[in-house]
Design a protein around this ligand. Sequence first.
Ligand code: HEM
Length: 206
Amino acid sequence: MFARIDKLWLTTLLACLIPLLWLFFDIAFDQLGSNPIQALHIRLGDWALRFLWLTLAITPIQTVTRWRGMAVYRQLFGLYTFFYASLHLLAYLLLDHVLQWRLIGIDIIESSYIWFGIVAYIIILLLALTSSKWSKKLLGKNWKKLHRYIYYAAGAAILHYFWQLKGNLVEPLFYLIIIGLLLGFRVLVWLTNRQLSKMMIPKSRE
Ligand code: HEM
């Protein structure tokens, strides 16, 4: 059983690198269009967002399937969100702005959508840093509270995405619907659990 799960985990770990290999392939064969730096930057941002949704989808899948082994996949997708978001940020700093801090400062002040990107990134960074079993033990009950901030990261990432869009709203709307459904599912589970635990408490005699 363990070997099977490990194999699946390893396959997933490697499969998550496909978007990066695909990007390398497009760079090597000059397939990034007329503005390759912007295309690279955008592709990395898109993948960071996709991995964020995948991470969020794990808890509902776990609730429906009751497969306890899913937590390792949530951690894996979460770390890949951090990985692609970090590459997206590096592309912005190194390729877009060639580390010209004055220009970066002006851009950040002038473009409010970047503020939301920064908020999302800081949360994702904190969650990645505390994703280990060791941190979970150390933080105890606070670990769950901290990791619920993933919903704030998702909200900030969506705003970051919406705000800088020049035209097509279809993809961000699709992501917005997904996050709405995932959040709705969580609220439903929470309400059901509350109702169940209320029913379990014996009524005191008058
Ligand atoms: C410090 C953090 C961040 C900075 C400075 C930043 C910067 C930017 C910039 C400048 C763009 C516009 C690209 C262009 O049109 O040329 C962009 C787009 C985008 N970013 Fe970020 N970003 C950050 C964090 C994030 C995070 C954490 C995510 C997702 C989890 C993200 C996802 C995206 C997406 C999806 C786009 C739009 C791509 C598209 O148009 O399809 N960004 N970001």
